[in-house]
Design a protein around this ligand. Structure first.
Ligand SMILES: [Fe+2]
Length: 242
């Protein structure tokens, strides 16, 4: 967070699954977007109230229960506008009140703050990351030294491979990563540069190896908190007994 930005990001780790709920606070207008409202929503609303912030928008990275279970509570206490990707809304099938259905490349304005919408399928068909300045709120697409699982309904490891490749090639290494869960060994945020160095999911050059690692190897050999993995270690693990 730099003071030259028109916004601040507040992170709250809430609930039994180490979820992060974020507030993107546009300081000039004292409005905020809440990202993935879930779990102890009352504490988020209290924080906003204490800081004199009005929640005007709700951004969803995807529709899994642990990211949306506080949605109704936010709607009950504000007139906030819901934003999500159109393919995620179609995948989810929930009846939402007047959502803004986005496509990758859209942007959302919050006072002087512009939030870019990235379509990042793989964990779910319409997963989104939100980019604001040099910050990336990544939902379950990218964790510190991990990535979202691809074996649940709507998951697709080949799409995840392409998504992570695009994130790596299109965003600067200095981008600060704000993941959807706190699976980090120490500091809960990181940079893309550090992920390129130590995130095993950034270490595979072809989809077949990535898919093998994501779907059949990773969960057997790693557990949270995720430590950094070198390129050599990741590639060696492809040869481990199946
Ligand atoms: Fe998820």
């Amino acid at each position: 967070m730099s003071n030259s930005n028109p916004y601040s990001i507040h992170a709250m780790e809430l609930g039994p699954m180490e979820n992060f709920v974020y507030l993107i606070h546009d300081r000039g207008s004292d409005t905020a977007a809440i990202v993935d409202p879930a779990w102890e929503v009352g504490s988020i609303l209290d924080l906003a109230r204490d800081k004199g912030i009005r929640i005007t928008d709700i951004l969803l990275t995807h529709s899994h229960h642990d990211h949306v279970n506080g949605l109704q509570q936010v709607l009950d206490s504000s007139d906030a506008q819901i934003h999500l990707l159109k393919p995620e809304a179609q995948f989810w099938g929930a009846a939402l009140p007047g959502p803004s259905l986005h496509h990758g490349g859209d942007s959302i304005r919050l006072g002087d703050t512009e939030i870019g919408v990235l379509h990042t399928p793989g964990h779910t068909p319409g997963s989104a990351c939100y980019r604001v300045g040099d910050d990336l709120i990544a939902g379950d697409t990218l964790f510190v030294f991990g990535c979202g699982r691809c074996d649940l309904a709507g998951g697709d490891p080949e799409q995840m491979f392409t998504t992570l490749k695009r994130i790596r090639s299109e965003l600067p290494g200095s981008t600060r990563l704000h993941p959807g869960h706190n699976y980090a060994p120490a500091h809960p945020t990181s940079t893309l540069e550090k992920q390129v160095e130590g995130n095993p999911f950034m270490h595979f050059d072809n989809p077949a190896d990535f898919i093998e690692y994501r779907m059949r190897i990773h969960d057997r050999i790693r557990e949270t908190p995720y430590e950094a993995v070198s390129r050599q270690q990741a590639r060696d693990s492809l040869g481990s007994p199946r």
